[in-house]
Write a protein that binds this ligand. Sequence first.
Ligand code: NAD
Length: 303
Amino acid sequence: MGRNNQGHVGFIGLGTMGREMARNLIEAGFTVRVFDVLPNAVAELVALGAEPATGPADAARNADVAITMLPDTPQVEEVVLGPGGLLADPPRGRLVVDMSTISPVAARRMADELKAAGIDMIDAPVSGGPVGAKNGTLSIMAGGDAEAFARATPFFEAMGATINHVGGPGSGQAVKLCNQLICGINIQAICEAIALGRAFGVDLDQMRGVLLGGSAASWMLDKLGPSMITGDASAGFRIDLMLKDLRLVQEQALALSVPLPATALVTSQYVEARAHGEGTNGNQALFRVYDRMANQPRHPGNG
Ligand code: NAD
């Protein structure tokens, strides 16, 4: 990642992921103008060298690219299409890149609407979590025109290590939903292995190490396994956000008539977790559902 990049970025949404991604853009040498509805989030980035903006349109003023990293579809639609948003009085040729995880259908609809106004839009959701965002090693899956993807690439390179153009508008979101489906079911599989291993009385740390050396190895077992074993439910990728993504998966599956029984089951288990007040816990806290089913509550932890 070069530190002498030229170019202006408007960055909107400075939460768990966005703040790290904006920081990496600053460190790569870009001029970054930031906005978030939370003034503290803006102040934190200004202290790192960003310029403060008063709203989305102001953040995107003179920008080569406007990047959004927001919770869900309604927030992205508001920031892109709403009053004072990125569609208000746009200079032609502007590029909008949404890196949030939202509905692929909404992403495609927005891209069409912006295209009619002379603006290119790329949907470029990410995988890799807060650690990947911090280290600039995210996997970025982008949907949109090839030419617009090429223009966005130098900015992506400041935030990610695996950068792929996966098709036309909405394709990035479609691939991301497939990613989330695998993540959810994989966490569920690890919960079941830990529940059974614990009942057998095996050393769970050792079991994890052994499994990581074989065909059951996975990112989830590697990165989240330790907290699942120790009973640490604290934050990471929040259960609320996982449920949002699984809802998007289910909506698409229904619309396309694709049966996804395993996704339906794990979604119900996440609903159960949220009903127990764990929406703000990390998604590894699915282990609590298994603890409850086995009537083996562990450390109180968060939530
Ligand atoms: P977050 O809730 O921590 O951050 C979202 C930010 O957007 C907040 O600072 C909020 O104040 C701001 N915001 C909300 N509405 C706004 C508006 N109208 N205008 C300006 N700012 C607004 O969420 P996050 O964890 O950073 O995730 C962002 C997106 O990335 C989500 O779609 C999530 O699914 C996805 N994602 C998250 C992770 C993760 O591990 N946290 C990993 C991959 C993808």
